[in-house]
Design a protein around this ligand. Structure first.
Ligand SMILES: [Zn+2]
Length: 69
């Protein structure tokens, strides 16, 4: 496979390009965040679940580079 199948949509969590595998999200992380919001929506629990800037930039750089294997 060359590259990751992407969707012509943006991740509703972080606004990055969504990929087919985790649609409509860009990554499992964002899917988990969304799932967490749903689950926690029925409770009133506040947590700091936002990913760090480092994780974001890491994702961004890995997306900007073509996967060459
Ligand atoms: Zn995302």
């Amino acid at each position: 496979m060359t590259g990751t199948p992407i969707l012509n949509k943006k991740c509703p969590i972080c606004g990055k390009q969504a990929i087919l595998e985790y649609k409509p999200f860009c990554s499992k992380k964002c899917a988990d965040i969304d799932l967490g919001r749903w689950l926690k929506g029925s409770y009133v629990i506040h947590t700091n679940e936002a990913p760090t800037d480092e994780e974001w930039s890491e994702q961004a750089s890995s997306q900007s580079k073509e996967e060459k294997e």
